[in-house]
Design a protein around this ligand. Sequence first.
Ligand code: SER
Length: 316
Amino acid sequence: MATKILIIGACGQIGTELTLALREKHGENNVIASDIREGNDDLMQSGPFEKLDATNYKAIEDIVMHYEVEEVYLMAAMLSATAEKFPMRGWNLNMDSLFNVLNLAKDKKIDKVFWPSSIAVFGPSTPKNDTPQTTVMEPTTVYGISKQTGERWCEYYHNKYGVDVRSIRYPGLISYKTQPGGGTTDYAVEIFHEALAKQAYTSFLSEETALPMMFMDDAIRATISLMEAPAESLSIRSSYNLGGISFTPKQLAESIKAEIPAFKIDYEPDFRQPIADSWPSSINDEQAQKDWGWQHEYDLEKMTKAMLNGLKSLKS
Ligand code: SER
């Protein structure tokens, strides 16, 4: 049975691929894309689009009513590096949009919500390797604070009002169809663009900075599996840890060099280095495996090949 779905923030890095995947599954006209700006041609031409400010409750409600939307994926957010520059704007966008959607679900205007959390919920006092689902969380970035607070509110709305909200703590996401915007893990996408254009890249994170990462195909599959899982199998209503690959800029450069032998990397860490240093290096996702059968498919080598081939295919 097709479900009527609204994606808020559909033109971003995750939103674009998620919209296309959901349109494939539920039919183009059942998946309404919305964003404050227009997206790429694939997105704009494959189904309905509405211009939407995620902080405007009434505007979201109007779209939900008009299309008889049942599920909302709220992908609009200000990411870690940008939110450090505009703390109050980041906080307001990330929190207001979440309350808007949670309140629509509380009032039974929609049935189900997906909201993304992040590895940014963790901080320097969190165990760095194989970070457990439940552990110390003292985030030091505005983005991380907003995501951790959001997790608490998701769980609260579930326990108190029965809201069916589901969430994943995404690692850094690597994709070729759409660029990320304003994150600390963006280097792992930029590097591929520059490897193809110039055979060289200057990393804004130091060579030994290991972070949890994931190829977008895995992230989209995880998102859709979690949303399709039976409610009774889910034991976490804050947000699920999701493991993928863990690598440093140096290891990523080695993997690219195996494909492009002339590739060279150097390092000029900037203000994003302390953000990365405050995050885990790798994530334990046993709970996601147990509750909804999660298993990632892409390792570093497979991801590198998929990125380079994907980018080349877009250029040709
Ligand atoms: N990739 C995000 C960022 O770097 C983390 O969720 O901000």
